[in-house]
Write a protein that binds this ligand. Structure first.
Ligand SMILES: [Zn+2]
Length: 71
């Protein structure tokens, strides 16, 4: 499982949507539209699925290790 992330349109920072979804489910999901409360702007941002991505912490950590080994 991963956390669905979006980029805050005002500050450009990554914010978690609070929606947990794995990458496969997200890829297969129909186009959807949602709204997330942004703790930075203290307002709701509206976003489309194509603007979001899944952050999987385990895979990110594994990738980091691989990069370190190559370097
Ligand atoms: Zn924001």
């Amino acid at each position: 499982m991963g956390m669905l992330m979006i980029k805050c349109p005002t500050t450009g920072r990554d914010i978690p949507t609070g929606i947990e979804m794995d990458r496969t489910s997200f890829t297969n999901a129909p186009v959807f539209f949602s709204r997330t409360y942004c703790p930075i702007c203290r307002t709701n941002h509206e976003w489309f699925a194509k603007q979001a991505w899944v952050r999987e912490t385990r895979r990110a950590a594994k990738h980091k290790v691989l990069v370190t080994q190559r370097t």
